[in-house]
Design a binder for this molecule. Structure first.
Ligand SMILES: [Mg+2]
Length: 415
């Protein structure tokens, strides 16, 4: 089994950024906290603080009791995002980044000669050096390499901080036997109890479980089969080919062939497209809108009989309705005058959600949560029960239609 993946996990990421940016915090126990209140819990702890037993989730009052000199610093997510991009650039200078797993974790695929364990270890060292050089000398990471991403992550977790572990053919499965069940990503307290019920208490037993038992434990043939394959050093199947865009357009009924009518329908189409984007698990990085005018529209709007206008812009990758509606509204404001006949919009530069970095800005996160809540309510009660005010009055325009070229993702009830 070749070493196919390299996994990079930044050590105590938020606390390390604080120590990088603030020299007076270096070498000191540091806890990063969400707000300046004793009742909140630490969201990160520096290794100096971990030595006192302070962990992510430790209440601030308890952290102060465990470690009286601890510096509690309020999180500054903007700086963590800046550092995240520096880390990505650093890793990318050594190996192409395959997936951004979280703000502080990325994985890379190894190809050809890079799959040799000694070569993978060299690349791991090069990644560490690049991060220290480009992001800062406090930005340490643990690197793991293995035959699949699961085992590469397990390898990265084996030595912290500043570890480098390669799980090659000859190391498996023996190198896993010393792990606790919850050291395997995806095994939490609930899954550990299920494993216990099947008589599994040690990593060695987990690694040797037959396929049928794994399927029974996970309650799914797909998941059981996946664990059976990954624990034995197999790899995930290649990801499906990427979808290119999500688009919607609608010919306006006569009563909506006005500025306000076209705008309302466009916002409605944006709601549909954003919900579709979330259902299929993608984020969009570009938005465009278009309008066709009635034949007596402005002659300057198009040459040779086509009277239309379109415009596009890039957006920070997102999948929430408010951000996409704002982008559409900005574009729409630049349209020429005319009697609209048809409107449409396209979301493109799509990224699978697993490759996108969730925003750390509270407003963006709230918008994303709001959008998910809207999806849930609309799935339960009908497609447009909940929507943004800008769509009000146009809920039933542009109903979902089944086309031969596209099968809509139906909610439980469809508009
Ligand atoms: Mg980490």
């Amino acid at each position: 089994m070749p070493v196919r993946h390299l996994f990079v996990d930044m050590n105590a990421f938020f606390a390390s950024v604080e120590q990088q940016d603030n020299p007076h915090l270096r070498g000191r126990p540091v806890a990063v906290i969400p707000t300046d209140a004793e009742t909140t819990s630490c969201i990160a702890a520096s290794y100096e603080a971990k030595a006192f037993g302070v962990r992510t989730g430790t209440p601030v009052w308890e952290a102060r009791r465990l470690c009286p000199g601890i510096a509690c610093v309020v999180a500054d997510h903007r700086r963590y995002v800046v550092m995240h991009h520096r880390v990505l650039d650093a890793v990318g200078s050594v190996l192409p980044v395959d997936q951004v797993r979280s703000i502080d974790e990325v994985s890379c695929r190894l190809a050809g000669a890079d799959r040799d364990p000694a070569r993978a270890a060299d690349l791991g060292r090069a990644v560490k050096a690049a991060i220290l050089a480009r992001a800062g000398d406090r930005m340490r990471c643990s690197v793991g390499a293995g035959p699949n991403v699961l085992l590469a992550k397990v390898a990265a977790d084996m030595k912290k901080p500043d570890g480098l572990t390669v799980l090659a053919d000859e190391d498996l499965p023996g190198a896993l036997y010393g792990l606790r069940l919850q050291d395997f990503p995806g095994v939490g307290p609930r899954m550990e109890r299920r494993l216990n019920l099947h008589g599994v208490f040690a990593a060695r037993q987990l690694c040797e479980l037959p396929l049928a038992t794994l399927c029974a434990v996970w309650g799914s043939r797909v998941l059981g089969g996946r664990w059976h394959r990954l624990l034995r050093g197999g790899d995930e199947a290649d990801p499906p080919t990427r979808r290119q865009s999500v688009s919607h357009s609608h010919v306006l009924p006569p009563e909506l062939r006005t500025d306000a009518g076209a705008c309302g329908v466009l916002v409605r189409l944006t709601h549909k497209a954003a919900a579709r984007l979330r259902r299929i698990g993608y984020w969009a990085g570009a938005v465009s809108v278009g309008v066709s005018f009635r034949d007596d529209g402005p002659p300057e709007a198009g040459a040779r009989g086509y009277r239309g206008w379109d415009a596009g812009c890039r957006v920070p990758h997102c999948q929430d309705t408010p951000a996409l509606v704002r982008a559409v509204a900005r574009l729409w404001a630049g349209r020429p005058a005319g009697v609209p006949k048809k409107v449409g919009m396209v979301l493109s530069d799509l990224k699978p959600a697993r490759c996108a970095t969730p925003s750390l800005f509270p407003d963006d996160r709230r918008a994303a949560e709001l959008s998910r809540a809207m999806d849930q309510v609309n799935a339960e009660f009908g497609a447009s029960v909940v929507h943004l005010g800008s769509m009000h009055g146009y809920e039933s325009s542009a109903p979902t239609r089944v086309a031969f070229t596209r099968i809509p993702d139906f909610d439980r009830r469809v508009s």
